[in-house]
Design a protein around this ligand. Structure first.
Ligand code: BEZ
Length: 221
């Protein structure tokens, strides 16, 4: 059975966090939010990830995107760990809340369980899952990484920029491979050339491909 995936509503769980009690839908509010898990406090890759996320927090804030961490350690442990994270990245303040899930109920509902990583009692730990949730509380995009692979925050930011670009253009554009802000987007397959001429006054360029189907069209956004 697949777990929580693109298009699903994020479960409206209420959990303790380093910044008090959080109900996920209230936290997301009318904007976008990134909800991301890590296997355990006081572990090496997780410490670098949490510090990196703290360093990117202003970039997400500029885009109106909130950050929300979660792991299965308790709030007291998270608060002690934050001291290490901030010391590891001098000058960075960890401003986002980290939720606690000591009974592992939330990580199951959020599809954040790594069946291969277990704690000393043999209980599964969280994977490095990251859900980008929209104002409608639906999952827009997910990363699912194992414990051995720390996430690339440039890629998280790029994914946010792609989602926001597509949303601004009401799904009429998408972003191609290795796209970054400032690059041309592609026009979605549901948009006819006639509609595209109206939507994109600067025009568009159609790639000349052997099939001559004219489906790969680039435009400035
Ligand atoms: C880490 O953060 O380094 C880590 C956590 C759990 C298992 C393996 C690595």
């Amino acid at each position: 059975m697949p777990g929580l995936t693109i298009g699903d509503t994020i479960p409206n769980l209420e959990l303790d966090s380093t910044q008090g009690r959080i109900r996920i839908h209230d936290f997301v509010g009318d904007g976008y939010a990134i909800i991301f898990s890590h296997p355990a406090d006081f572990t090496p890759v997780c410490t670098t990830e949490m510090a990196a996320m703290a360093g990117y927090a202003q970039e997400f804030e500029k885009r109106g995107v909130k950050l929300l961490g979660i792991s299965c350690d308790d709030v007291a442990s998270h608060k002690e760990w934050i001291k290490d994270i901030e010391a590891f990245m001098p000058g960075a303040k960890l401003t986002y809340p980290i939720m606690a899930d000591p009974d592992r109920r939330a990580i199951k509902e959020l599809n954040m369980v790594d069946p291969d990583e277990k704690d000393a009692r043999g209980v599964s730990l969280p994977s490095r899952t990251l859900h980008i949730v929209g104002p409608d509380k639906a999952v827009k995009l997910s990363f699912l990484y194992p414990a051995c692979t720390g996430r690339n925050m440039d890629e998280v930011l790029r994914a946010v920029d792609s989602l926001l670009t597509a949303a601004t253009h009401k799904g009429k554009v998408a972003t191609p491979a290795n796209w970054k802000p400032g690059d041309r987007a592609v026009i979605g397959p549901s948009v006819s050339d006639e509609e595209a001429r109206k939507l994109f006054p600067d025009g568009f360029e159609t790639a000349d491909l052997p099939s001559k189907k004219g489906y790969l069209r680039f435009t400035k956004v």
